[in-house]
Design a protein around this ligand. Structure first.
Ligand code: BG6
Length: 483
């Protein structure tokens, strides 16, 4: 891989995603020595910019010493062009040819990172296909890949339309659909945790597990991003993708091997067993002004009177032998009381307790905290130390900071970009996975779009609408007794 002549082309180079995520992740990989020595980056966008204009835009987001930053920026050039037509892409091809011409016979890599709105994907991909795929190299191991970001459509049909258009241009092996949750440390741990621990495997089943919660909370609202958000709402923004990926990895069967396709085969099988989410199993919310936090409708970029949900709780069902009857609860919201992404697997109580009814309120739980402060802990029932015979809930606790100290935990984008460069699609979303995820949410989304359900108001900074807690309790979740 060290011989690779790598060009990373960031399209939409002056946008938010490129500045805040793509370039900083590339920089950290560069600084830590993970990228090939022979590396060049090209920023591409419509605005008229000089190389140093682009460098200025990016610089403030890079973390590291000034010398390394400069070395990195020196490798970035800017090419201006439109997202439709051929001209811009011809200019891009010229720059690529120029960069590659001295390395005939060497393996060439071209990574196109589309930090762009999906509405332009078809024309951009067509432009790339027509103009930028003529790599003048016979070098063995040469490749061209495209990284694309959600939203991949608005529902099953629009997502399939987009997938068809891209599929006519590039085969699945060249398309890397990012879901950055798959790059988070605890998500990467999932297959190890689930399939390397013998005490977990046999109990990972409806006979022992009462309910599972996947919870995403953010303390801030849309903050000027409301115009974008309002088109989608919380279900399309995080549930259909990030939380569904979590569910798939948690609930799927053991893959035959760790190969990308074996893993994704199992995810697809699981996702296809998801029953479409019912309106009755859903609570929607929208935040209102509270304290010094403005309400969703106060965001000037949000259309007046919008009914877009900024909060949702959905109880999902998996129709297979392992999970029949177990509610899988997803909860996600903006402008809530805290920042947390957490998975809570709650076990059933013992079938014949000799410790009285209180045991019903003391449930074993396996908790995986994705952020902040990664942790895996297990709630267990033990005797309270002392003379009395009293049961309490206590914790077996693996907090990453405490246990692994300053061990570096890579940012999700760093890991995924490196995977794309290495050609590993394991943590990217395959087309059939995407289809199954949309199928589970599309009827609900259409019902909401048709006005069949309205969001309940909740004050910014609260836990969301109380109806959500009622739905979660109805699904069988028991709040552990105080201890
Ligand atoms: C994005 C959503 O995909 O994920 C945002 O569009 C959300 O609305 C973000 O804030 C959350 O990502 P993270 O990594 O900060 O949890």
């Amino acid at each position: 891989a060290n011989k690779l002549v790598l060009s990373v082309i960031v399209l939409g180079a002056s946008g938010d995603l490129a500045k805040k995520k793509t370039f900083p992740a590339l920089f950290t990989l560069f600084r830590k020595g993970f990228l090939p020595k022979n590396l060049k980056l090209i920023g591409y966008a419509r605005s008229k910019l000089s190389n140093s204009d682009l460098h200025e835009k990016i610089k403030g987001y890079l973390k590291g010493d000034d010398k390394t930053k400069q070395e990195f920026l020196d490798r970035i050039t800017y090419v201006q062009g439109q997202y439709d037509g051929d001209e811009g892409f011809q200019g891009l091809e010229k720059a690529l040819q120029e960069r590659e011409k001295d390395f005939q016979g060497a393996p060439l890599g071209r990574l196109f990172y589309l930090a762009l709105p999906p509405s332009v994907y078809p024309q951009v991909c067509a432009g790339i296909k027509k103009n930028c795929t003529h790599m003048n190299s016979t070098g063995k191991g040469s490749w061209l890949r495209l990284v694309i970001e959600k939203p991949f459509g608005m529902d099953l049909k629009s997502s399939e339309d987009l997938a068809n258009k891209l599929g006519e241009l590039f085969p699945e092996e060249q398309l890397y659909r990012i879901d950055h949750y798959l790059g988070k440390e605890l998500m990467q741990n999932m297959l190890v945790l689930r399939f390397a621990n013998q005490f977990l495997s046999p109990t990972w089943h409806r006979n022992f597990i009462s309910n599972v919660q996947i919870c995403f909370k953010e303390p801030f609202g849309t903050e000027g991003r409301g115009g974008y958000f309002d088109e989608f709402g919380i279900i399309r923004d995080v549930m259909q993708n990030h939380l569904t990926q979590i569910l798939a990895l948690l609930a799927m069967e053991q893959p035959v091997t760790l190969s990308a396709d074996d893993i994704r085969d199992e995810k697809v099988r699981l996702l296809r067993a998801l029953s479409p989410v019912a309106l009755d199993d859903t609570v929607l919310g929208q935040y209102t002004a509270a304290g010094d936090q403005p309400g969703y409708l106060d965001d000037e970029t949000v259309p007046k009177g919008s009914k877009t949900p900024t909060f949702a709780t959905c109880v999902m069902r998996i129709h297979n032998e392992r999970w029949a009857g177990v509610p899988w609860i997803m909860k996600a919201g903006k402008a809530l009381n805290e920042r947390k992404v957490e998975i809570r697997v709650q076990y059933k109580p013992p079938a014949a307790s000799i410790h009285g009814d209180v045991i019903n309120e003391m449930r074993n739980e396996l908790v995986l905290r994705l952020q902040p402060d990664e942790a895996i802990y297990m709630k267990i029932v033990v005797k309270k130390p002392g003379l009395e015979m009293e049961s309490i809930v206590s914790e077996l606790d693996l907090s990453y900071k405490q246990r692994y100290g300053d061990t570096y935990i890579p940012d999700a984008y760093e890991r995924l970009i490196l995977d794309a460069i290495r050609g590993d699609q394991q943590h990217f979303v395959r087309r059939d996975e995407l289809r199954a995820a949309w199928a589970a949410f599309t009827p609900l989304l259409h019902a909401i779009d048709n006005g069949e359900a309205e969001p309940m108001q909740y004050p910014a900074g609260s836990r969301g609408p109380p109806a959500s807690d009622i739905l979660v309790a109805k699904a069988g979740f028991v709040k552990n007794a105080n201890y």
